[in-house]
Design a protein around this ligand. Sequence first.
Ligand SMILES: [Zn+2]
Length: 141
Amino acid sequence: MPRCCIWGSTPCSPFPESSIPPEHIKAVFELRLMCLAGFAPALDRCADCGTHTPADPRFSVYGGGVHCSSCRPPAQGKSLPLCQASLAAMRHVCGADPRRIFSFTLDEPAAARFYRVCEEYALAQLDRGFGTLDYWRAVKE
Ligand SMILES: [Zn+2]
């Protein structure tokens, strides 16, 4: 059996014949795992003003919440840009039935934002690096 891990250290995939990109699987796994581990992000409303449709949304990786670009983030530290599509994808992953968790698509800019936020959120909340993630980055280049 190939060596697999949380950050997919090898090119193995649970969907070997699938057209789902490995980055997509990795991001979904990271975010859903954080939810299952008790670190579910607060995505339903802006952490500052409370609107359910944050304008130009951003995500606070340390606060674990979404906020409007003009509102105060829920915690100090890095706040990453989202968009309506990447925010919807995060909401989907956190709440979807496991059988439907990959049932969404994103265009390239939204996917890049989704992948970055999922990875950085996991790293910030777990407060550590992973050798396998370093390897993943090395083989992706
Ligand atoms: Zn707001």
